[in-house]
Design a protein around this ligand. Structure first.
Ligand code: 5RP
Length: 230
């Protein structure tokens, strides 16, 4: 048993959430990858249409022979499944470890039901404890946004890939991914609104009130955390 198994256990729990639906939104990341693998083996998946949150997820879905739609022209997403980097006791989340949070937030916001799958290591008391908050910034606003964040007391820097690309990580839509080091966040909604208020900031990785259910996998099994939808 391992933490890989914890991701699989969370992913398995999401299978029953999507059965019977026609249009399924699919997030990005390694836990979602497990979900896609399990899904592809389910007979019902051949009758479903998948709306991916990233090019990476679109490619993974197609490799398994699953039908992929363009998020910008797809019908309403009935159920959306995604991972997260941190989840607090209110089920608020930090997302964007895969730089896909803008499309992820669009899909999650407009979906009828939002299901998140994480392993136990993602649970925190306060968001920002382990991860910076990613934001997507238009390239033409990068330097002013960084200066403004510094003035407001935040350490923020464009995210750089390990190797294989010169320059910062860009989203699929062409925004620069900036990691904002906040430390533990006392009011995620307030921070989200402040970051969103800066011209040139397209979106943030703070997902406040987005989760209908979070399946938390452990090496032994999985538990469901729920909270009323806002
Ligand atoms: C991508 C995300 C992912 O859902 C998040 O980074 C979790 O990924 P993983 O399942 O690999 O831990 O937000 O933008």
């Amino acid at each position: 048993m391992s933490w890989e198994q914890a991701k699989v256990n969370a992913a398995k729990a999401a299978l029953s959430e999507v059965e019977g639906y026609r249009v399924v939104g699919v997030g990005t990341g390694s836990t979602v990858e497990k979900f896609i693998e399990l899904l592809a083996r389910e007979g019902f998946s051949k009758n479903q249409l998948y709306v991916p949150s990233s090019i990476d997820t679109a490619l993974k879905l197609s490799r398994w022979g699953l039908l992929v739609l363009d998020p910008g022209s797809a019908p309403e997403v009935e159920v959306y499944v995604d991972g997260a980097d941190e989840v607090d006791p209110e089920l608020n989340m930090i997302k964007g470890g895969g730089a896909a949070m803008t499309t992820e937030k669009i899909l999650a916001y407009y979906a009828r039901r939002r299901v998140f799958i994480v392993d136990q290591t993602k649970l925190v008391d306060k968001l920002g404890e382990k991860h910076p908050v990613p934001i997507e910034v238009l390239p033409c606003a990068l330097a002013p946004v960084l200066r403004e964040l510094e003035k407001r007391g935040f350490k923020a820097a464009p995210r750089y890939p390990g190797k294989g690309k010169a320059g910062p990580v860009m989203s699929d839509a062409g925004g620069v991914i900036v990691d904002v080091h906040t430390g533990p966040v006392s009011d995620p909604e307030k921070l989200n609104l402040m970051l969103r208020s800066l011209p040139g900031v397209v979106e943030t990785g703070l997902f406040v009130g987005y989760a209908d259910v979070v399946y938390v996998g452990s090496p032994e099994g999985c538990k469901a955390l729920t909270k009323a939808r806002r």
